[in-house]
Ligand binder design. Structure first.
Ligand code: NAG
Length: 336
């Protein structure tokens, strides 16, 4: 009997669904009240949220809701956390975060955001701050449940096409290797903010919209033995190859931001935003992994809950919102 069952067992490739979350950016002066936001999240079955800073009222509004959070530790606080003692970090965590939200609702602390390539002044402080925070979490017996990482922008890579060429920018290698070592040592994920929208709009002569929107039925890019049908997975695998080239083979990856705008730029539309986000969600839930890590859904946080009218820069940056200010969905995406 066993003889017949064993081959079947091995044929079924196991798949692991990944959590889906949404970013709650608050650079706007017209957002709904926090209590209305919680209702919106729970009524849509959204149980993972990324907040960019530990605003006390926002954290308090999540307390007791059962929603899991990524909480941002702002870039500006990194120098004091790095220079202080682990005791200072512990006090900072308690008064700024744990006082306002139960620790079992904290999935990750995102220490700084896009520091290495976008805000390099803070680069030397990232890992020392994480080390102090880690020791503080150990003291509280929380180091295994509250994981630390530091989201990076795609610009930490100097090469990403094809994915197997993925390489970290030589200018930031001396800062990224200690970060990877910390993540590897503490079983924590590498966090990346990935926007195929930006890759597409900056190179639309080389990249097809269908490839960016998951609408190609066949592989668009053959990279050695691996075939890529969408730009999202190609972008992620470029990071995995870049980590491997530095000797870090098993570090998990979490996409802490991805999205597609509904207006304000080329190919920014309701239809395209729905196509992009829906495909990201569907694959994560189905446990479809990237060609390099098949069968393992990619944990992902969609950007963004609401349009952010206070964002500076290009017009499209204000228009990533999935929900309107009245709490209705702008387009019909499902999260479960
Ligand atoms: C990563 O962690 C594993 C398991 O702890 C260890 O065996 C390996 O040497 C580490 N890799 C690097 C490059 O430090």
């Amino acid at each position: 009997m066993l003889i017949f069952l064993l081959p079947l067992f091995f044929l079924q490739s196991p798949t692991v669904a990944a959590p889906i979350g949404i970013c709650y950016g608050r650079v706007a002066d017209n957002l709904p009240r926090p209590s209305d936001v919680i209702n919106l999240l729970t009524s849509n079955g959204i149980s993972n949220v990324r907040v960019f800073n530990p605003d006390p009222l926002t954290l308090k509004s999540f307390s007791g809701t059962g929603i899991n959070l990524i909480i941002g530790v702002p870039n500006e606080i990194l120098p004091s956390l790095a220079a202080g003692s682990p005791t200072f970090s512990l006090e900072w965590l308690q008064s700024n975060i744990f006082y306002n939200i139960p620790t079992n609702q904290i999935r990750y602390l995102a220490v700084g955001n896009e520091v290495l390539s976008k805000d390099p002044y803070y680069s030397p402080f990232v890992v020392p701050a994480m080390t102090n925070l880690y020791q503080a979490l150990q003291t509280l017996n929380l180091a295994n449940s509250v994981k630390l990482s530091s989201p990076q922008a795609a610009s930490v890579l100097s090469a990403s096409y094809p994915p197997s060429s993925g390489t970290f920018d030589p200018y930031i290698v001396s800062n990224i290797v200690p970060l990877l070592r910390f993540l590897n040592d503490t079983n924590s994920p590498f966090m990346v903010n990935v926007y195929p929208y930006l890759s597409y709009t900056s190179s639309s002569e080389y990249i097809s919209l269908d490839y960016a929107l998951f609408r190609s039925d066949k592989a668009v890019l053959q990279d050695g033995a691996l075939a890529y049908g969408n730009l999202f997975y190609a972008s992620i695998d470029a990071f995995i190859y870049a980590m491997e080239k530095q000797g870090f083979v098993g570090v998990p990856l979490v996409v802490t931001e991805t999205g597609w705008p509904t207006s304000g730029g080329a190919e920014a539309s309701l239809e395209n935003a729905l196509a992009y986000n829906e495909n990201v969600v569907r694959r994560a839930l189905a446990g479809v992994g990237t060609p390099k890590r098949p069968g393992q859904g990619v944990e992902v946080y969609l950007f963004d809950l609401f349009d952010e009218d206070g964002k500076s820069g290009e017009e499209y940056e204000k228009h990533f919102g999935i929900f309107g200010l009245d709490g209705s969905k702008i387009y019909d995406i499902r999260f479960n």
